[in-house]
Design a protein around this ligand. Structure first.
Ligand code: BGC
Length: 726
């Protein structure tokens, strides 16, 4: 079994959509779906751009823009197009090399008794983020003449209307250029293409055409370079593109591979004894690294990565609560970029708070380039009536602001980099806590603040009071704000002097915010009144469905029952793993597990990690594999009501890493100490990984219960609670 690549032999037309996501390439600037070179919009071709958004005419929402495809290529023989989606092939191999970020295919077609083989290899440069390159070869087993069309294809996948007006085109010999502007904001997008190794070119409609006489068994190969530019990168686009072309395919590929080698050096996790788990975890890490904003703090990571426009290309809490731990422990620069993106979009969060009648910063549930909320009030369409359903994700999923505060502090604690506080982090915290203060209700007769009318992670129960996850998260955020204030006061008094010094309200709020406690059986009620709901599990609920894909939230089937969409209390126990006893974790895990539908890919990892902590290793393993292989199997919900929600699942990818590290390796940390208390699945001989802990680069290998650590210089690391001495 190759543990560094995925591949499939044979072709099934129904896999086109799934494989577009599964074989995705990305470099943080763009994602290129795993489609064939001859495909177009009908086969969901997309070069999805990070942080570049548009509202198409007549559409209800803004979404990320997909760029025209400069790698489009199709070969014809005697008028027959060699298109895998329409012509039966003799054989087909599709491969993604996750070690080096390379996509390839080899397809043999037979036309009139002649076997024609197409080989293509492409990559999106990790070093030159605007550049895509393709090496394309044709071979036939007899002398024949083929026609090759290659150029820029405008016919690409769009979920919600057309986003580009075409402003101008250039076609000069082997060079094509398409200048576009977005419909809504008239932002410019430029796509360049150059083909090398192609003679007798005829240009027509952004396509180079050439007729090639193939000699039996002689390979005809050409190279294509694509350049995609928008925003700041437009300035030097010409220079940048020609620079790449001059460097040439092989050297571009080599520097791209070296970049991936550096990534794997810090990020790889090695599981000995379980190839299936190894590949799934590595594949998850591949996805995280290929969509991470390596060079910008202007965008977050979309909920479906760069696999398309699903969820509008927007960033959710998924980034802070599921992906950020991986980055803060393996690539702090990316983690900082992600958090700076939130700091840079604080004004949008302030506008949102105002819009809903509050003060401070209420971060977008679905965040795009300005931080204004892309989430609509009607997120789901009812499949019975075809009417949009009012959902309250946008106006009531308030925990997002606390998640971001929590993530900034977590970043500070793990990396030791507190400068982010004076780079806007502290101001952001202030605004978020002030928002919660204005949102909360003070109950004088209980002498406590409560958070009423909210939506927790479980979106099936909207507008609930005192959702435990939300209240605990906000309570921690308020405590964190006070700790951060102290830190800045001590280290940067001059910065603090500019701050509003009367923070009495914040101390009062942190002290008196209601935190739901376990009942006599140790169970924490998900929200006020949850225990009184109808005692129904997802299995039973399923039998009540009238139609497939019926939406269970809103006024749907789940709302009056105890069935929940995804980990909620268990998510909270996972986040605050040091603060609840094993008994409480066990009682809640066992109580909530049967009621959880896992209708979101964010759910399984929380159950996996807590299961590992309470000694249910078999369950932990089952949920780990579910989370780690979600994009390999493609086995997830594709529709919410009638809304398409397919694509890659970066939060689950992050959850896979979290489960390996926090669940099985048993890593946990306090302000100054990192502890490792492993509990590996039986079939894992060892687990090795690297962690950046406050500047130390720890190299950790766990074999059974034995832990070996290299790289401790200035930090405190314990194993099963005892100070580690080599
Ligand atoms: C989940 C949210 C998540 C979103 C994007 C929804 O189905 O319920 O928790 O943030 O998907 O991944």
């Amino acid at each position: 079994m190759n543990l560094w690549s995925i591949q499939k032999n044979g072709f099934n037309i129904s896999d086109i959509e799934k494989h577009g996501s599964k074989y995705l390439l990305g470099n943080g600037f763009m994602g290129y779906r795993g489609t064939m070179e001859e495909y177009s919009a009908e086969q969901l071709v997309a070069i999805n751009l990070a942080g570049f958004f548009d509202l198409a005419d007549g559409s209800n929402w803004r979404e990320s823009v997909n760029a025209p495809n400069p790698l489009y290529t199709v070969v014809s023989v005697g008028g027959v197009e060699l298109n895998l989606s329409t012509l039966t092939s003799v054989s087909h191999n599709h491969m993604l090399d996750i070690k080096n970020g390379i996509h390839s295919r080899k397809t043999v077609f037979n036309v009139n008794g002649v076997n024609i083989t197409i080989k293509a290899e492409r990559f999106i440069s990790m070093v030159k983020e605007n550049i895509i390159a393709l090496k394309y070869s044709v071979i036939a087993d007899k002398d024949i003449t083929v026609t090759i069309k290659t150029g820029i294809d405008k016919n690409i996948w769009n979920i919600s209307g057309l986003h580009l007006n075409y402003v101008s085109e250039i076609a000069e010999n082997d060079y094509l250029e398409l200048n576009c502007e977005t419909v809504e904001l008239k932002n410019q997008l430029k796509v360049c293409e150059k083909v090398v190794g192609f003679d007798n070119i005829n240009n027509d409609n952004l396509l180079h055409k050439s007729t090639v006489n193939l000699k039996k068994d002689e390979e005809f190969t050409f190279i294509k370079f694509g350049g995609i530019y928008h925003s700041e990168s437009l300035k030097n686009s010409e220079k940048d593109f020609y620079n790449a072309v001059n460097i040439g395919y092989d050297s571009l590929l080599n520097e791209h591979i070296s970049f991936w080698q550096k990534i794997w050096k810090n990020s790889d996790v090695i599981i000995e004894g379980d190839d299936e788990a190894q590949l799934a975890l590595r594949y998850s890490i591949y996805h995280l690294c290929s969509i991470a904003p390596h060079n910008t703090d202007k965008c977050g990571i979309p909920a479906r990565g760069l696999s398309g426009q699903v969820y509008k290309g927007a960033a959710f809490w998924d980034t802070e609560m599921f992906m950020l731990p991986f980055f803060q422990f393996t690539d702090a620069k990316v983690a900082r970029n992600l958090l700076m993106y939130r700091i840079n979009t604080l004004d949008g969060a302030k506008r949102k708070a105002k819009e809903f009648g509050f003060e401070g910063a209420f971060f977008a549930w679905e965040s795009q380039e300005t931080g204004d909320d892309a989430c609509t009030l009607f997120n789901v369409t009812d499949i019975f009536t075809n009417r949009p359903l009012r959902t309250y994700f946008k106006d009531k999923q308030i925990h997002i602001s606390a998640d971001i505060v929590f993530a900034i502090w977590d970043y500070c604690r793990t990396t030791g980099d507190y400068t982010i506080l004076t780079d806007g982090g502290l101001k952001l915290m202030y605004q978020c806590i002030w928002f919660f203060y204005t949102y909360s209700a003070f109950k004088p007769y209980k002498n406590r603040y409560e958070l009423l009318d909210a939506v927790g992670p479980d979106e099936y129960h909207e507008r609930v009071n005192n959702n435990a996850f939300t209240n605990v998260m906000v309570k921690h955020a308020a405590d964190i704000f006070i700790l951060a204030i102290d830190k800045v006061k001590k280290n940067n008094p001059e910065y603090f002097d500019k701050f509003d010094s009367d923070l009495t309200w914040a101390y009062d709020f942190a002290e008196k915010l209601y935190v739901p406690q376990p009942n006599k059986n140790g169970i924490i009620e998900q929200f006020d009144g949850y225990f009184k709901l109808e005692d129904v599990t997802p299995e039973i609920l399923k039998t009540r469905e009238i139609k497939k894909n019926e939406y269970w939230g809103g006024h749907g089937l789940a709302s009056t029952t105890m069935t929940l969409k995804q980990a909620d209390v268990v998510m909270m126990l996972n986040v605050f793993r040091n603060e609840y006893s094993k008994e409480i974790k066990k009682a809640n895990w066992e109580f909530y597990e049967p009621y959880t539908e896992h209708g979101s890919s964010l759910s399984a990892c929380a159950y996996a990690i807590v299961a590992a902590e309470i000694g249910k290793i078999d369950w932990a393993y089952k949920y780990f594999m579910k989370t780690a292989s979600v994009d390999l199997t493609g086995d997830t919900k594709q529709y919410l009501g009638s809304l398409y929600i397919g694509g890659t699942h970066p939060a689950a990818n992050g959850g896979a890493w979290n489960t390996a590290i926090f669940g099985f390796a048993g890593v946990s940390f306090t302000n100054d100490t990192l502890d490792i208390s492993p509990r590996l699945p039986d079939n894992w001989n060892s687990l090795s990984f690297k962690l950046n802990w406050k500047g130390d680069k720890l190299n950790i290998k766990i074999t059974g219960n034995k832990v070996d650590i290299n790289g401790i210089t200035n930090t405190k690391v314990t194993v099963y609670g005892e100070e580690y001495n080599k």
